[in-house]
Design a protein around this ligand. Structure first.
Ligand SMILES: [Zn+2]
Length: 373
């Protein structure tokens, strides 16, 4: 069965809270930060509801899960105190990950700031050597994430990841987290040639290193080096591009984790619909009327002359390139489509904002997706 889930909250009752949230989306895996991603304050391990969470996971048929390290740690820093904090905090995170019973902790490799990429690669490898050396008693792997290349991020090319891995002594404990938005933004064309991208990754890093796949659409075009996630189907990768990664034979069995943003005024994530659509059980999850509604959306938007793919791409392009137009109407594509549906009363009045946005994602998945249901 496809292992798919999302980032969920680890606050309140820790693993129990996280598992309940994941189950509410229909997930078969999930990812947590062990505390706030932007700081290093952490609860004691006894307060994380690990046995209760494990029990709930077993009941909900959730097996493998993933931890994400906070993104403030920077192993690429030349500043001694920043580097020391990164090494020591990562070691603590790895011990915590081990106690939660998780095999992979995802890490943004680091940023070289005022130095250069070569310095960054060497410094990160130095840090990883120390981190792994100091956590030998665990069997936790560090999953280096593929980065978009914004700012001075290291890991924006497969070559940079390979260079880091090569310099780490215990590199059997290094894996990779492949992020669809990041590699797309870094210039790897997973829409036009996913086979070629995976082949290239295999040659340079090795597909056996991939432990996790982050599944996100992108607000920016191929090679933009930006890293702004969009709900599945509402960005430049598009539903078919994402589905081509999630369903790819070479990635079979890996956990696929969504980190897509919430939509609408109620700030609800779209995970439940995204998971069902990518797994292919939308009708079981939402009922037969979901498809009828999506069909109705196709009719409506066809009638007003809107093509879902063109609309999404043109709107992102407009927001990016035309400051005046953006100022006049800053709404993102999904918000604009949502407002059109409301103005024209296309869907039943009693539908929640979330239900409408779920159906919009169904619409954005395209005619082909609909006809395959
Ligand atoms: Zn990440």
């Amino acid at each position: 069965m496809l292992k798919i889930g999302s980032h969920v909250s680890f606050s309140d009752k820790g693993l129990l809270t996280a598992t309940k949230e994941a189950i509410s989306y229909g997930s078969s895996t999930f990812m947590i930060y062990t505390g706030a991603p932007q700081n290093t304050r952490r609860k004691p391990i006894e307060d994380l509801y690990i046995p209760q969470g494990k029990e709930a996971m077993a009941e909900g048929n959730i097996g493998e899960i993933v931890v994400h390290a906070p993104y403030i740690v920077n192993l690429g820093s030349y500043k001694e105190d920043t580097f020391r904090l990164a090494v020591e905090f990562l070691q603590e995170e790895i011990r915590r990950t081990h106690k939660i019973g998780v095999k992979n902790i995802v890490l943004h490799p680091g940023a070289y700031t005022e130095k250069d990429a070569e310095y960054g690669v060497a410094r990160i490898a130095e840090g990883l050597n120390e981190v792994l050396e100091g956590t030998k008693e665990t069997d936790v792997n560090i999953a280096l994430e593929t980065m978009a290349g914004k700012g001075t991020e290291v890991g924006r090319s497969f070559e940079e990841l390979a260079q880091i891995i090569e310099r780490v002594r215990m590199n059997e404990r290094l894996t990779v987290c492949m992020d669809t938005c990041h590699i797309h933004d870094a210039g790897y064309d997973i829409v036009g040639d996913v086979d070629g991208v995976l082949r290239k990754f295999d040659e340079i890093v090795g597909l056996n290193r991939i432990a996790v796949v982050h599944v996100n659409d992108s607000k920016n075009p191929l090679g933009a080096a930006k890293d702004r996630h969009a709900p599945i189907g509402s960005g430049w990768i598009g539903y078919e591009g994402i589905a081509g990664v999630v369903g790819h034979d070479l990635l079979k069995g890996k956990p696929f984790i969504l980190e897509t943003p919430w939509i609408g005024k109620n700030e609800r994530p779209m995970y439940e619909a995204e998971i069902a659509m990518l797994r292919g059980d939308t009708e079981e999850r939402f009922g037969g009327e979901f498809m009828v509604d999506v069909e109705r959306l196709h009719h409506f938007f066809d009638k007003v002359g809107i093509d879902s793919r063109l609309y999404v791409l043109n709107t992102w392009e407009l927001l990016k390139s035309d400051a005046k137009a953006r100022k006049a109407d800053p709404r993102e594509p999904m918000e604009r489509l949502y407002d059109m549906l409301m103005e024209n009363q296309v869907l039943p009045e009693e539908y929640s904002e979330e239900a409408i946005n779920h159906r919009l994602l169904g619409y954005l998945a395209g005619e082909e997706w609909l006809s395959n249901q």
